[in-house]
Design a protein around this ligand. Structure first.
Ligand SMILES: Cc1cc2nc3c(=O)[nH]c(=O)nc-3n(C[C@H](O)[C@H](O)[C@H](O)COP(=O)(O)OP(=O)(O)OC[C@H]3O[C@@H](n4cnc5c(N)ncnc54)[C@H](O)[C@@H]3O)c2cc1C
Length: 306
């Protein structure tokens, strides 16, 4: 997960640029990203908005030739090493738009450390990639760094999220599959009461369930990825992959720790680390509650609850 994160942030973060950037922007920025000459971080989440993204406060004020941006971002991954930032801002207050998503503008710009302070957050896992609180103070962003039209940034952002959700779900399935393999090996080797612990149904059945859940999540991932590649709507399946994959991965890691008994707590057997690393897939890039709200509203056509 840690290694994959260091790569996938550069792939999915800037996806709105791939879809909505001008030909000039793409030829100027994308080859540098692909060659690893630029590293981009993804500035969406804010401390006071949370999952209610339309409540962001970071504001880009129009001035001659560009914008002056001030505000705060939270959890910005790779902010310590990035030289670019995909930055979501408001260019008009929420109250002035017809829809809450109006008035949001997206930029791809330089992370000028004279104007942006990046403070590292100490955290539970995924430590190959830094996470940060970001403070932006009067950063000048030229017009040429705006992606697409002013005020339409929220819709551009949506283009990157489905593939990211599929990927994160699959990463969690991968961690879970590794944990399951380790648990099965230990269950075969560890002898207690004169027999392998894996001969007991109390050990076998939870592991068998983990296998089934991982397989089911992988099938959902396969379906979501096929739909995405075919250019068809895949919101339900992509969100479903994220939720099912993260839960199946988490359950397998937890069960692997339990199967190892006390040794599950020892670093030597790695499963405690897998449990730590899989946790992030349940929390980000979107929470399970928000996914369930999405399915309830968009698939089951129940009234929006929030
Ligand atoms: C390690 C890490 C890396 C990250 N990297 C980035 C990054 O690079 N860029 C970036 O922009 N963001 C990043 N994030 C942020 C991440 O996307 C958010 O943490 C996540 O989307 C949840 O938002 P929040 O923490 O503000 O939760 P909150 O919005 O504070 O929600 C807290 C809890 O309340 C629940 N909740 C809220 N409203 C409702 C409701 N109406 N009904 C039911 N439940 C509700 C949520 O589901 C959640 O469980 C990262 C986070 C982490 C932990």
């Amino acid at each position: 997960m840690t290694a994959a994160s260091s790569i996938h942030i550069n792939m999915f973060g800037p996806h709105p640029l791939v879809v909505h950037g001008s030909a000039e922007q793409k030829s100027q920025w994308l080859p540098r990203l692909v060659r690893g000459e630029d590293q981009v971080c993804f500035g969406v989440t804010e401390p006071d908005a949370g999952l209610n993204t339309t409540n962001i406060k970071t504001f880009a004020r129009k001035v001659d030739g560009g914008y002056r941006v001030s505000g705060r971002k939270m959890w910005t991954s790779t902010g310590q090493v990035a030289n670019k930032i995909l930055l979501l801002t408001r260019t008009a207050p929420k109250s002035e738009g017809k829809k809450p998503t109006d008035g949001i503008t997206l930029f791809y710009t330089d992370l000028d450390r004279n104007k942006v302070e990046v403070r590292r957050i100490a955290k539970h896992g995924r430590n190959a990639v830094d996470s940060n609180a970001v403070f932006i103070d009067d950063l000048f962003v030229p017009n040429e760094h705006r992606i697409g039209e002013e005020g339409k940034g929220f819709t551009y952002l949506l283009d990157g999220i489905n593939p990211e959700r599929i990927l994160v779900g699959v990463e969690a399935i991968g961690i879970g599959a590794d944990a399951l393999q380790r648990a099965v090996r230990y269950a075969q080797e560890r002898i207690v009461f004169d027999r392998p612990i894996g001969q007991n149904q109390g050990i076998q059945h939870p592991l068998a369930e983990c296998w089934l859940n991982l397989q089911a999540a992988l099938m959902m991932a396969d379906r979501a990825a096929h739909l995405y590649d075919a250019g068809q709507p895949c919101g339900a399946e992509a969100n479903g992959t994220k939720l099912l994959g993260a839960r199946a991965g988490y359950q397998a890691c937890l069960q692997a720790v339990m199967t190892h008994g006390g040794m599950g707590y020892a670093k030597e057997y790695t499963v405690e680390r897998l449990l730590r690393e899989v946790m992030i897939a349940r929390l980000a890039p979107v929470s399970e509650q928000m996914i369930l709200c999405f399915i309830a509203e968009k698939v089951l056509h129940l009234p929006r609850s929030y």
